[in-house]
Design a protein around this ligand. Structure first.
Ligand code: PGA
Length: 260
């Protein structure tokens, strides 16, 4: 089976109101190219999700930002996996650094991952270090994040999970720069090693590893060449033209790969 690429937009806490969200989603659905090679997804704020997926339909699917680690209960402000799925989410962004920053632990990420899979959504598990230290401790952080997240997941489900390498230092408008393709490649190989240690080489090869952190239409080609199976853009996903250019670039790359 041919592996799919993914371009998954994380709108974070944007845009500021439903009308704007509808208009952005409408343009994005209209201009984003569609191809068998690439799955496109947008993850709006949860209050907009149901309306957008109901009213603004197209080839781009919808996903949810964050899934709570408990299936239900007294957790004011939180959204469970079944709620997200019933509101139309097909994907769930799990363990994003902006959530981890607010106290979400690897153990919680593990619960969220399990719930997400149980409700039939594709989890996008975010991992990444805050900084790259000279001694290479960041490798341990990545290993710990993945091992704990997968600790309650049957090995047969590993390939249903997308892993997004998102170095925290490369995310957001204050980031100095995106990661380089070589930095991505190094971690991609390492993630595959961690998954091989937990299961086997074949499974590790089949897990889709994507990149996030200041990804846009000007910088993604080297990541594709380094084996990224897609991207998790934040800011770029709020600009339909930029998002659709990214998708186009991924399609072109995938087509070339397919014809090799
Ligand atoms: P950014 O965000 O593309 O705006 O850097 C990426 C992310 O946090 O997923």
């Amino acid at each position: 089976m041919e592996k799919k690429y993914y371009v998954i937009g994380n709108w974070k806490m944007n845009p500021g109101n439903l009308n704007e969200a509808k208009s952005t989603a409408k343009t994005l659905q209209r201009i984003t190219p569609n191809s068998k090679y690439v799955e496109t997804v947008i993850c709006p704020p949860s209050v907009f999700l149901y309306t957008l997926q109901k009213e603004i339909k197209g080839k781009t699917k919808y996903g949810h930002q964050g899934i709570h680690h408990e299936p239900k209960g007294a957790f004011t402000t939180k959204i469970s996996a079944s709620m997200a799925a019933s509101a139309g989410a097909k994907f769930g962004i799990i363990g994003h650094s902006e959530e981890r920053r607010e106290g979400v632990t690897d153990e919680m990420v593990s619960g969220s991952l399990k719930n997400c899979l149980k409700e039939g959504m594709t989890p996008v598990l975010c991992v990444g270090e805050n900084e790259r230290d000279q001694n290479g401790f960041y490798f341990n952080i990545i290993r710990q994040q993945i091992e704990t997240a997968l600790s309650n997941i049957p090995k047969t489900r590993y390939t249903d999970i997308i892993i997004a390498y998102e170095p925290v230092w490369a995310i957001g408008k204050d980031a100095k720069r995106p990661a380089s393709a070589n930095e991505f490649l190094e971690i991609k190989i390492y993630i595959q090693k961690v998954i091989t240690d937990l299961s086997n080489r074949k499974t590790a090869d089949e897990v889709s590893i994507i990149y996030g952190g200041s990804a846009d239409d000007t910088n993604i080609l080297p990541f594709l060449e380094a084996g990224a199976m897609g991207f998790l853009p934040g800011r770029a996903s709020l600009e339909p033209e930029v998002f659709s250019k990214m998708v186009l670039e991924v399609i072109d790359f995938a087509k070339n790969e397919g014809s090799k």
